[in-house]
Design a protein around this ligand. Structure first.
Ligand code: HEM
Length: 183
């Protein structure tokens, strides 16, 4: 099994980061959309704590992925894609990368602004990036929420693009992400 990417596909590291991020982001959306409506209860605190730990994991994975992408070649988009399709694909990918950093970062800042620091899976208290601040908390909460909505839109575009490549263009763009390249 190959760790790095090649021209033919993604290596184990890029593939694992991609699918771990997918799973975590879905879990984070589920928690984000349900925990806020819960009545004050131990369950609510547990869900907030889990949301923060999973979100910080996504931030670390996004950092790792950006570095790995710079160190590695990336399999090229197929020949024959129209100019506007290439622009849309690249804009969606870049948008997702930016949001996978912006969303956890605003969540982390928000935790500081509301003086409720994250505790990474109960292992260590994560330092706050800013002190308690009511105005900052309001702004950060809106950014966190709307950046989340925008990420949901980008994910829908991303999945629609992958399905189009598979079922209409009949190229390898989807299948090369389903399993890591062997050699
Ligand atoms: C990719 C990572 C993340 C995603 C996709 C995400 C997504 C969301 C979503 C969808 C909501 C619900 C927003 C709403 O409609 O009210 C939410 C709320 C929240 N998130 Fe995140 N989040 C992420 C990372 C983080 C991190 C790292 C933290 C803190 C360390 C965090 C802290 C919070 C808090 C405290 C709320 C509740 C805000 C409130 O009380 O209304 N999030 N998040």
């Amino acid at each position: 099994m190959r760790l790095t990417n090649s021209e033919a596909g993604y290596g184990l590291v890029h593939w694992a980061i991609h699918w771990a991020t997918v799973g975590l982001v879905f879990w984070l959306f589920y928690l984000g959309w349900t925990m806020t409506d819960l009545p004050l209860s131990p369950q609510k605190f547990q869900d907030y704590a889990l949301h923060k730990s999973l979100g910080l994991t996504v931030l670390m994975l996004a950092g790792l992925r950006i570095v790995w992408r710079r160190l590695n070649e990336v399999p090229p988009l197929p020949d024959g894609m129209k100019r506007h399709e290439t622009i849309l694909a690249k804009a969606t990918h870049h948008g997702i990368y930016v949001l996978l950093v912006l969303i956890p970062l605003t969540g982390w800042l928000y935790s500081g602004a509301t003086a409720s620091p994250a505790n990474y899976f109960g292992l260590w208290e994560v330092p706050d990036l800013i002190g308690a601040n009511e105005t900052a908390a309001k702004v950060l909460k809106v950014i966190h929420e709307w950046a989340g909505n925008l990420l949901a839109v980008f994910i829908i575009l991303h999945v629609a693009g992958a399905l189009k490549h598979h079922f209409i263009d009949r190229d390898t763009v989807l299948t090369r992400m389903l399993r890591p390249v062997k050699d």
